[in-house]
Design a protein around this ligand. Structure first.
Ligand code: GAP
Length: 433
C-alpha cells in the first residue's frame, strides 16, 4: 500500500499536479506547490464544496475573511492559551518530536541521542503588523478560518437578516507551525480549509449535528469516493477539543492507514460567548417571536482542501494491463477531473488536420476545460491524458477531412465512437452533465 503513495507522489510530479516547494533551492521541507493540473483539481474540489454548501442551499452564506485578524481573536478563541503541542528536541541531531509520538521512548528515534524535557510549543505563526516589532504589533496568521466567521456573526445578521438555523461557509488558507508535518500534503504548515459554521437553537443542536454528519458523507460519496475507503469515527470524551461537546471525524483509508479528512464538531455556544465577552459586543441572537435573546449553538463541518485532494487522488489512482503494457488512469469523477477533453491531431504534419483540431479545441474551450496537444504520437498522448484523468480524447485524422467526423475515446472504457464534428460539443456537454 505504501507503494501506492509513492506512485501517486511520482505521478503528481511527473504530470504537473504537485511539485516540491522551492525545489531549485533544495526544497523547503514539507512545502508543496500546486502545478497546472493540481490547481485545477483543487479548484474543482472547492467548487464542488461551494456548490453543495452555498449555492444549493438557502440557509448558508459565503464569506472570505482576512488571514491576519485582531490578536484578541486568538485570546477569545482559546488558541493563545490552548493551541499547544508538547515537543522534545534531540540534543544530538537537533530534530524535534511531538511528545505524544515519543510515548515511552527516551532516546532520539533518529540518532539515539539524548532528548530534552518535553516543552510546550504554540502552533500559531507569529508576525508583526507595521514597522515596529514589539508586543503592541504582535499578530498571528490564522490557524483556522472559523474565527473569521464568528467575528462577523452580527454583520451577517444586520446585512442578510437570516433566521435560525443558518450557516456561514468559507474556504481559505490556514497556518500551523506543525512539529511533525509529513505524508506528502497530508500535514503541512500552510494549508487550505473548507469550513462551515452552522448556527442553530441549542435544543436542536444534537439533531443538526447528526444531519451534518450525513450531509458530509453524501458529499464525498456523490463525488465518487469509494465507500470502503471512508468511515466516520466519533471522538471519545478525552479526545475532544476544549470547545467541543461532540465531534465525528471523517476518516479516509490513505495508503498509510486511516487518517482524518474532516472533523464535524458541536462547538456549543463557546465561540459566540467568548467573542462577546472579549469584544464587549452582544453577539446574542434575538428571537422576534419569543422576544428573547440567546447564544446560538454552532455545528462545524471543517475539512482540509489539500487532504481532500490527496484522498481523491489516492482513491482514483488505478493501474491495469492493456496489451502487456501498464495503463495508469486517474478515475476521477467528471466534476473533479482537471481536464474534460483533449483534442489530438493524428498527424501533426498535415496542416488541414492540425487546423481542424486547433479550431475545435478553441471552440470547446468556451464551454469546458479543453486542451490541444500534438507533442507526441497518439499512443503516448492517450496515456498522458489517462494519467491526469481527462474524461475524453477527441482525435482528428485523415478520414475526418472526408466525413467531417472525429473519434471520441472515453477514459474509463477506452471505447471509441465517431461523432460529427458539428455535433461534438453538444455530445460532450451531455456526457459531462
Ligand atoms: N475549525 C476547526 C478546525 O480547524 P481541525 O480538526 O484542527 O479543526 C480541520 O482542522 C481540518 O483541517 C482537518 O480535518 C484537516 O483536514 C485540515 N488540517 C488541519 N491541520 C492541517 C495541516 N497541518 N495540514 C493539512 N490539513 C490540515
Amino acid at each position: 500500500m505504501a507503494d501506492t503513495m509513492e506512485k501517486v507522489v511520482s505521478l503528481c510530479k511527473r504530470r504537473g499536479f504537485i511539485f516540491p516547494g522551492s525545489e531549485i533551492y533544495g526544497g523547503l521541507a514539507n512545502s508543496w506547490d500546486y502545478g497546472p493540473y493540481g490547481v485545477e483539481l483543487k479548484n474543482n474540489i472547492k467548487k464542488a464544496w461551494w456548490k453543495a454548501n452555498v449555492y444549493m442551499r438557502n440557509d448558508i452564506y459565503g464569506m472570505d475573511a482576512a488571514i491576519i485578524m485582531h490578536p484578541k481573536t486568538w485570546e477569545a478563541s482559546g488558541h493563545v492559551e490552548n493551541f499547544f503541542d508538547l515537543k522534545a528536541d534531540c540534543k544530538g541531531c537537533k530534530k524535534r518530536f511531538k511528545a505524544a509520538d515519543l510515548k515511552d521512548i527516551k532516546k532520539c528515534p533518529e540518532c539515539g541521542g539524548e532528548l530534552t524535557e518535553a516543552r510546550q510549543f504554540n502552533l500559531m505563526f507569529k508576525t508583526h503588523t507595521g514597522p515596529i516589532e514589539d508586543a503592541s504589533s504582535l499578530a498571528y496568521l490564522r490557524p483556522e478560518t472559523a474565527q473569521g466567521m464568528f467575528v462577523n456573526f452580527s454583520n451577517i445578521l444586520d446585512s442578510r437578516h437570516p433566521k435560525l438555523p443558518f450557516g456561514l461557509a468559507q474556504i481559505g488558507k490556514s497556518f500551523r507551525n506543525e512539529i511533525t508535518p509529513g505524508n506528502f500534503t497530508f500535514r503541512t504548515r500552510e494549508f487550505e480549509q473548507m469550513e462551515i459554521e452552522y448556527f442553530c437553537r441549542p435544543e436542536e443542536s444534537d439533531k443538526v449535528y447528526q444531519d451534518w454528519v450525513e450531509a458530509r458523507k453524501s458529499w464525498y460519496l456523490d463525488l465518487g469516493m469509494k465507500p470502503e475507503n471512508i468511515r466516520f469515527r466519533k471522538h471519545s470524551k478525552d479526545e475532544l477539543a476544549h470547545y467541543a461537546k461532540a465531534c465525528t471525524d471523517v476518516e479516509y483509508n490513505f495508503p498509510w492507514g486511516w487518517s482524518e479528512l474532516e472533523g464535524i464538531a458541536n462547538r456549543t455556544d463557546f465561540d459566540l460567548k467568548q467573542h462577546s465577552s472579549f469584544s464587549g459586543q452582544d453577539l446574542r441572537y434575538f428571537d422576534e417571536v419569543k422576544k428573547e435573546r440567546f447564544f446560538p449553538h454552532i455545528i462545524e463541518p471543517s475539512g482540509g482542501v489539500d487532504r481532500c485532494m490527496l484522498a481523491f487522488l489516492a482513491d482514483a489512482y488505478h493501474e491495469e494491463l492493456v496489451k502487456d503494457d501498464t495503463r495508469v488512469v486517474l478515475r476521477l469523477n467528471k466534476d473533479l477531473a482537471p481536464n474534460k477533453v483533449a483534442v489530438l491531431p493524428l498527424l501533426k504534419n498535415r496542416a488541414e488536420i492540425v487546423g481542424i483540431a486547433k479550431k475545435l479545441a478553441l471552440d470547446l474551450k468556451k464551454d469546458m476545460v479543453a486542451v490541444y496537444d500534438d507533442t507526441a504520437n497518439i499512443g503516448k498522448l492517450y496515456r498522458r491524458q489517462d494519467e491526469v484523468g481527462t474524461m475524453f480524447c477527441v482525435t482528428i485524422d485523415v478520414q475526418s477531412l472526408e466525413d467531417k467526423q472525429a473519434t471520441v475515446r472515453s477514459r474509463d472504457t477506452m471505447g471509441q465512437e465517431r461523432i460529427n464534428i458539428d455535433n461534438l460539443k453538444q455530445y460532450l456537454i451531455e456526457k459531462l452533465k
